[in-house]
Design a protein around this ligand. Sequence first.
Ligand code: ATP
Length: 320
Amino acid sequence: MQRIGVLTSGGDAPGMNSCIRAVVRKAIYHGMEVIGIKRGYSGFIDADMGPMNLGSVADIIHRGGTILHTARSQRFQTKEGRAQAMENVRRFGIQGLVVIGGDGSFTGASIFHQEHGIPVVGVPGTIDNDISGTDYTIGFDTALNNVVDAINKIRDTATSHERTFVIEVMGRNSGNIALAAGLAGGAESILVPEILFNIEDICHKLLSGHKRGKLHSIILVAEGAASGLTIGQQIKDLTGFDTKVTILGHLQRGGIPSAFDRILAARLGAKAVELLMAGDSGKMVGVRSGEVVASDLQEILGKPCPINDEMYQLAKILSI
Ligand code: ATP
């Protein structure tokens, strides 16, 4: 393999740049050329791409976001759009493709691979940590630390004013951020989309905590479980407590990638290049029990990624 393409797709995740750097440098180390494709599948279709060199990825290892930019492309979901992308594959002499993104990006990559035979390898880059076949996705650790940092700050006010705080975090389909941040931040209740909750039980817990002399409470809500504003209002109505709501939004996704995410990104990016060099295709790289592994995209796509029940139960026990 002489020339590979690399793109980032779906939501941006801190550590994507570290991964691009690893892909580019590992490929160049082995004598290959790299084409950087801008704005995910949109740039793939529009031929918004060009050669990268060692210098193109200098001084990006510590930057959040993605220097290649990212996008969501409707056109890539059509046969015509993908055929146009294939035209560009031929035009730029791309022989293999590394796709850094989430589940949706891998679905697109897999379909493209099946339709046009071009080797593809996926690298899981999403803050949600909701991809089967890997214990961690690039960006999750940084986002988690961003949320825990926010909880620490909100806790100061919550304690000082003896208030209940509802914090809404990202996770439309996955409660991984809420659960891990809730456990790390000592939340009283954690609401995740995977598990049904009862607002009365939550309020009952708040009231008994209050009776014991608890000065403040923090409720963590994944956006897919409920709206933080609604939960805040319901708690106020049912308990009469002064309840404030903070929606962390995009603050969670930005910022300097953690060392964990950078190391993960470096290892996974390098492995993706190795797989392409070895003639592998239709794979996703991941990390399992500390080891870098490869899975078939077909096997992991759409496979549910259940919440860690042991962690969920523990968080409940520790927040009595
Ligand atoms: P995140 O987890 O951050 O949302 P993601 O990769 O799951 O990342 P999506 O928006 O679901 O993000 O997908 C990214 C892009 O992948 C889509 O905009 C589209 O271009 C492509 N894609 C998704 N599903 C398909 C599909 N069924 N066929 C072809 N392309 C697809």
